[in-house]
Write a protein that binds this ligand. Structure first.
Ligand SMILES: *Cc1c(COP(=O)(O)O)cnc(C)c1O
Length: 390
């Protein structure tokens, strides 16, 4: 079920629905790894060519997973999607599907720790040359993306310093040199995403974040053109075992129904928190792309659900603040219904030496705040009380 002209909110509720003979209202959870064939000839035929609703093995596809794939593709305005076991399976799958030894990859420097690991440690092991640039500097992209570059990779909004990349401009430079563009769009979320219309070839999400949105399951998604998704991406994913489990797909599918309501409420909460904290005497920095003065504002005025603050007193100050919070949980997920405070320097980005952290703006006093669905009045009161102790 689905219609090209439906708006995102309607797609989020109905897109991709497949009903069984029982006519169930809520999407069915097909918790099965395999499928029986009526005859040996039918099995042979399906292995030769499986149609859209013909399944072989859950590592290749499953009806519940297919509903999620079709629904998110409709939401994103992409031709097709492949659901993966985690966001990192999606990042790894998108890159491995497109590059081979001897290729050149150009990536933004400010990345999620595990994305950085794939680009810095894994790809070079197979003879892929990876060049890093300051993602906000178009001149650096122009200089690095030489003809013959295979892939360009960036997080549209970086983690945790919330640098916003001019995606349309980088795509134009990449396509001019014949490179494909892979975009990790987690912080933008499918609700605010313009990645496909900006020309990204593959868009990747960690569904663990806003799509589940309630902290239950790991998952990831790779979206793009039919020829790429049902070509190199699917081939790589189905043979290397990174498929999403049907149970997780069912949770994500139900998550999509409320995605827009949750993300818009969380973004409104993030804006309220940002407005309440600037200017605050105990903060040396507040980064939220939704504030008109923020460098990311022209690209991402919706701002998203995450902000970052830098407190005075370095790590000691940051820990004092974290330990004084009552509603905000000390954890490292984001996009959850529960508000989360993270200290990147000692957790998500701990692996990086101090000088690398400093170069990325990950200072000892930096705290990433993921705004949940609580009343912003309570969230602000909790933060203000903790800030008063500094
Ligand atoms: C969380 C995250 C990932 C990884 O997703 P998992 O589901 O944890 O594997 C990748 N990129 C970004 C930007 C993320 O925030």
């Amino acid at each position: 079920m689905g219609h090209r002209n439906w708006s995102k909110r309607t797609q989020a509720v109905h897109g991709g629905t497949r009903r069984s003979a029982y006519g169930e209202m809520s999407e069915a959870l097909f918790l099965t790894q395999g499928f029986a064939y009526p005859t040996a000839e039918a099995a042979e035929a399906r292995f030769r060519h499986a149609g859209k609703d013909e399944f072989i093995y859950a590592r290749y596809g499953n009806p519940t997973v297919a509903m999620l794939q079709d629904r998110i593709a409709a939401l994103e305005g992409a031709e097709a999607a492949f659901a993966t076991a985690s966001g990192m399976a999606a990042v790894n799958g998108a890159l491995m599907a497109l590059v081979k030894g001897g290729d050149r990859v150009v990536a933004a420097r400010a990345l999620f720790g595990s994305c950085l690991y794939i680009l810095e440690e894994i790809l070079p092991r197979f003879g892929v040359e990876v060049v890093f640039v300051d993602g906000t500097d178009l001149d650096q992209w122009r200089a690095a993306i030489i003809p013959g570059t295979a892939v360009v990779f960036f997080e549209t909004v970086s983690n945790p310093t919330l640098e916003v990349i001019d995606a349309a401009a980088v795509v134009a430079i990449a396509h001019g040199a014949g490179a494909k563009v892979v975009v990790d769009n987690v912080f933008v979320t499918p609700v605010f995403s313009r990645a496909i219309e900006q020309g990204a070839d593959l868009v990747v999400y960690s569904a663990t974040k806003h799509i589940d949105g309630q902290g239950r399951c790991l998952g990831g998604l790779i979206l793009g053109r039919e020829a790429d998704i049902h070509g190199p991406v699917e081939t790589y994913m189905k043979h290397t075992g990174g498929a999403m489990s049907p149970f997780n797909a069912w949770v994500m599918l139900k998550g999509l129904e409320t995605l827009e309501l949750r993300v818009r409420a969380q973004a409104a909460g993030a804006r309220a928190v940002a407005d309440a904290l600037v200017p605050h005497p105990r903060l040396s920095q507040l980064i939220y792309p939704g504030l008109p003065g923020d460098p990311g504002y022209p690209q991402f005025p919706e701002g998203g659900t995450v902000l970052s603050i830098e407190v005075e007193g370095g790590q000691e100050g940051a820990f004092r603040l974290l330990n004084a919070l009552e509603i905000w949980q000390i954890s490292n997920n984001l996009g959850d219904a529960k508000s989360i405070a993270t200290h990147p320097a000692t957790t998500t980005h701990q692996r990086l030496p101090a000088d690398r952290q400093a170069a990325l703006g990950i200072t000892p006093g930096l705290i990433r705040l993921s705004v949940g669905l609580e009343d912003p009045v309570d969230l602000i009161a909790d933060l203000s009380a903790a800030l008063d102790l500094l």
